[in-house]
Design a protein around this ligand. Structure first.
Ligand SMILES: Cc1cc2nc3c(=O)[nH]c(=O)nc-3n(C[C@H](O)[C@H](O)[C@H](O)COP(=O)(O)OP(=O)(O)OC[C@H]3O[C@@H](n4cnc5c(N)ncnc54)[C@H](O)[C@@H]3O)c2cc1C
Length: 479
């Protein structure tokens, strides 16, 4: 049964037949497996999807024109459309609660580097890693680096405006690099936003509504992004007696005005031990931060790393050093990159990952609250303290719980709910709102509480202007 009653119920076969009139046969998945698979997020299994939630069809348009035809059709028939990149949202944005059409952007894959214009244009359907590799081949850097780089779509990342591992105060967010977009509105109209110049528009620029628009206002079908020339790099690591000292060291870096690195990643001692062992690295003496600084020249990058080591060394630290052995750096970085699968293997279960952002001043207290997030939570307290890793330089922490494989789905769900409850509570306490994964779906109630009814109402009004029939990703508002 549809959760939201204001959409007509259709027979999936009728919808599939009508879609065949506007799309080629190979662009429509009718099979139950594809339909269910395209309605799940990382925390759901097919058991959590009841019949009324199964999409009528999954469509795979290969051009903006085809996207436009699908949207026109859906808008006329008042059918919800769920835009899907890779479905890796960790806040439920890619889990659907009633039938509709899933519009998978996976075939929108044009790509052209315009060096003499200083930008690159691409479709939203590429995996992030693919875009990174294609840019690197030409000597450019992709300024967004999510943990999901191998699976997430570049369009999903841009819709969430997440820079992920990268430190915002060094390199900014995707929004700072997007020059313009091609977007299909819920009505099916195609619009262009932004500019072809590296001189960005002053004043109102609709690009900014769609980058970080959480897929609420339109379907992004083309992206123009500024080219970022590759830079020189230098690396460092610091080990601490405990988690709170690591947080204190990061505060110190900000207070000392040391140059923020591109990456400053954190592993607590338990996670570091587990992931170092798998990389055959010596056992780490404590929790750690690893950092990657950039500069126009190697000297500049090394200078920045040395400044960080100097600032960190003013706090109680077991060791802080520049890493010159690239093999050591690659192993440490790989330990970080693959920490999540290692924790899942070690803990033998399903991961539950949340995201807490701190203010600079609150970082030590926020770390403590995160360590203690099981307190007062009946399900989480069965598991004890979370594993913690994250982008500490960017002030983001990822507490991780492993829900044992033999727990019932209901118990796992309770644990996940408690985890997000605590996430919201801590983010609210520090006046933050999370820095990754977007703002809606599971975070919607938090968003409303955090910013109040006026702001929440304005967001819904903006949505209504772009999407008067509320057909695009309507599930994220729960009222
Ligand atoms: C193991 C793992 C690690 C992760 N690491 C990170 C991390 O480090 N940082 C981080 O921020 N996130 C991370 N994530 C979460 C996730 O990868 C991001 O939220 C990512 O932005 C989602 O991309 P996607 O292609 O899977 O989008 P989906 O989950 O398919 O969609 C996300 C939202 O964007 C909308 N959307 C997608 N494409 C478009 C489009 N073309 N036009 C309009 N709307 C669109 C969707 O409708 C939906 O609302 C991780 C997830 C996993 C499973």
């Amino acid at each position: 049964m549809n959760v939201m009653a204001n959409y007509p119920d259709y027979n999936p076969e009728d919808i599939q037949r009508e879609l065949r009139e506007i799309l080629p046969e190979e662009a429509i998945s009718k099979g139950l497996f594809e339909r269910i698979n395209n309605a799940l997020d990382p925390y759901t299994s097919s058991d959590d999807i009841d019949r009324g939630m199964v999409p009528y069809a999954v469509v795979w348009p290969s051009s903006t024109e085809e996207v436009s035809q699908v949207m026109k059709y859906a808008n006329t028939k008042n059918i919800p459309v769920f835009v899907r990149g890779s479905g890796t949202s960790l806040h439920g944005a890619s889990k659907y609660r009633h039938s509709g059409i899933v519009l998978n952007v996976g075939r929108l894959k044009h790509f052209s580097i315009e060096k003499d214009n200083g930008y690159v244009e691409f479709g939203p359907g590429h995996r992030v890693l693919k875009v990174k590799q294609m840019l690197e081949e030409e000597g450019y850097f992709l300024p967004l680096v999510p943990g999901s780089i191998r699976v997430a779509s570049i369009g999903g990342i841009i819709s969430n405006n997440t820079s992920a591992h990268a430190v915002d105060s060094c390199i900014g967010k995707p929004r700072d690099y997007i020059l313009g977009l091609q977007v299909v509105l819920p009505s099916g109209e195609v619009i262009e936003t932004g500019t072809k110049s590296l001189r960005r528009p002053a004043g109102t620029d609709l690009t900014q509504y769609f980058v970080g628009g959480d897929g609420l206002l339109g379907v992004i079908t083309g992206i123009r992004m500024q080219l970022v020339p590759m830079f020189a790099s230098a690396y460092g690591v610091a080990y601490f007696h405990n988690e709170l000292s690591s947080a204190k060291a990061v505060q110190r870096i900000y207070m000392e005005k040391a140059p923020m690195p591109l990456f400053m990643e954190y592993l607590d001692e338990r996670v570091a031990r587990m992931s170092f062992a798998i990389q055959n690295l010596p056992e780490p003496p404590g929790s750690l931060i690893m950092f990657h600084s950039i500069g126009q020249t190697e000297e500049e990058a090394v200078h920045k790393v040395n400044k960080l080591v100097e600032a960190i060394s003013k706090e109680p630290v077991i060791e802080a050093k520049r890493i010159t052995d690239m093999d050591e750096w690659h192993k440490i970085w790989l330990a970080r990159e693959s920490a999540l699968p290692f924790i899942c293997q070690g803990g033998k279960g399903v991961f539950g990952l949340s995201e807490i952002a701190s203010s600079v001043r609150g970082l030590v207290d926020c770390m403590e609250d995160t360590i203690n997030m099981d307190e007062g939570m009946p399900t989480l307290s069965k598991l004890g303290k979370p594993y913690i890793m994250g982008h500490l330089g960017a002030l983001s922490l990822h507490p991780v719980y492993i829900f044992p494989a033999d727990w019932s789905a209901e118990e796992k769900n309770k644990g996940i709910e408690e985890m997000f409850f605590k996430e919201a509570q801590i983010n609210e306490k520090y006046g933050t709102c999370g820095g990754e994964w977007g703002q809606f779906a599971k975070r919607t109630p938090f968003y409303r509480k955090r910013y109040g009814d006026t702001v929440y109402g304005l967001v819904k009004d903006v949505k209504k202007v772009f999407d008067p029939n509320s057909i695009l990703n309507p599930d994220v508002f729960r009222d």
